[in-house]
Design a protein around this ligand. Sequence first.
Ligand code: IPE
Ligand code: IPE
Ligand code: MG
Length: 245
Amino acid sequence: MNPAALKELPAAPRHIAVVMDGNGRWAKRRYLPRVAGHKQGLEAVRALIRGAMKHGVQCLTIFAFSSENWQRPPDEVSFLMDLFLRALREEVQKLHGNGIRFSAVGDVSVLSEETQNLILDAEALTRSNHQFRLNVAVNYGGRWDVEQAVNRAQLSGDLQTFPNYLAFADQPDPDLFIRTGGERRISNFMLWQLAYTELYFTDTLWPDFSESELSEALQWYASRERRFGKTGDQMREYVTLVATS
Ligand code: IPE
Ligand code: IPE
Ligand code: MG
């Protein structure tokens, strides 16, 4: 990374990617059905967006439903799809009012027609908002993303250009990845884009992830030294160079 690019690296992450895990266990601990955890998880999403905006983050990508989550019991899948549909119906105006640009990321072609239409409407309505970007990954998988990008590049006749066709090509790679729920894995999230992302794991279950938990993650992020393949000394030299130029 050259000094000019480093200069553009702010203390707060520009883009945070979140695997919101642990809803089912949250519910189970309360002797509730798993879906009660998903419902409560939506509250945590609201707090996350608020907190991220407050801290000067520019983009947030949340993993709502993976390409592998179709394998869950049909009732749970239906509930999750319905929750997403209802959130689109009820929250998009609020997002728009707050200057948030909404995008759905993933293979949405298999979702219900109503959901697809609401997604298109929400994306069109919020397209010119520049305050903040919210990407909701639904029927998303990192491998799907690479495959679809390669296919589209092949059709264009220039395979080399495939990164331009990835789902997040117009956004910075995540600086910070957060996974709640105690597992230390990526679970087919943004495989290409996470190449140099700082990975933060917490045992907190997603519905309990509060604004103060986000602050903790951001504090941890601020303490990391990102090196992008260089040595620590090289990075510190750049910092000095940038500070004095
Ligand atoms: C994450 O919580 C939400 C989705 C995958 C949709 P889980 O439902 O995976 O919760 P746990 O991991 O079973 O506790
Ligand atoms: C990842 O969580 C997907 C989402 C949060 C939407 P999972 O609960 O599906 O991941 P695994 O199965 O534990 O790896
Ligand atoms: Mg899980």
